[in-house]
Design a protein around this ligand. Structure first.
Ligand code: CU
Length: 163
């Protein structure tokens, strides 16, 4: 029995260490995440969500196996023209939700490996840097849909399904 415990103990220590590593996730909560389904021939799309940090962090990197390039973008009116540009980093102020939504900040997924089909989900990893310079990942499964989850009712009200 003693021998059994001695051989088992190192294994338990390793498992505990791995669990601790996994728990060092970003201090950020995500609400309402979704990625827009693509139509035929479309090779890029956007992902949207609300991010709320519990300590000061900066979003520094986005990665997904679903796309060749994943970047943070911002849509802004420049004169009369709506323009989109890449944003290298996004600072989050604790408890202040930041909305990534159509027409504003969004995660741009370019060079899609396959069409994004409604009802499926894509893996997305957001990497945040803390004030101490540590990088913390946030691993998400983002559902793919045609419209934002909250927009479904609004779309119906606006008569989209009427003849
Ligand atoms: Cu974009």
């Amino acid at each position: 029995m003693t021998l059994f415990i001695r051989t088992l103990l190192p294994t338990l220590v390793v498992v505990a260490a791995q669990a601790a590593l996994a728990q060092a996730a970003a201090p950020v909560t995500v609400q309402g995440a979704w990625a827009r389904a693509t139509v035929k021939g479309q090779t890029s799309s956007g992902a949207f969500m609300t991010l709320t940090a519990s300590e000061p962090v900066t979003l520094v990197r986005i990665a997904t196996p679903a796309a060749g390039v994943a970047e943070l973008h911002e849509m802004k009116m420049e004169g009369d023209v709506m323009r989109m540009r890449a944003v290298p980093a996004l600072q989050l102020v604790p408890t202040k939700p930041v909305q990534l939504k159509p027409g504003g900040y969004h995660l741009m997924l370019q060079d899609l490996k396959a069409p994004l089909q409604a009802g499926t989900a894509i893996a997305l990893t957001l990497t945040f840097r803390t004030a101490r310079g540590e990088e913390r990942p946030l691993v998400l499964q983002v559902p793919v849909s045609v419209t934002a989850p909250a927009e479904v009712g609004a779309a119906t009200t606006h008569g989209m399904h009427k003849p």
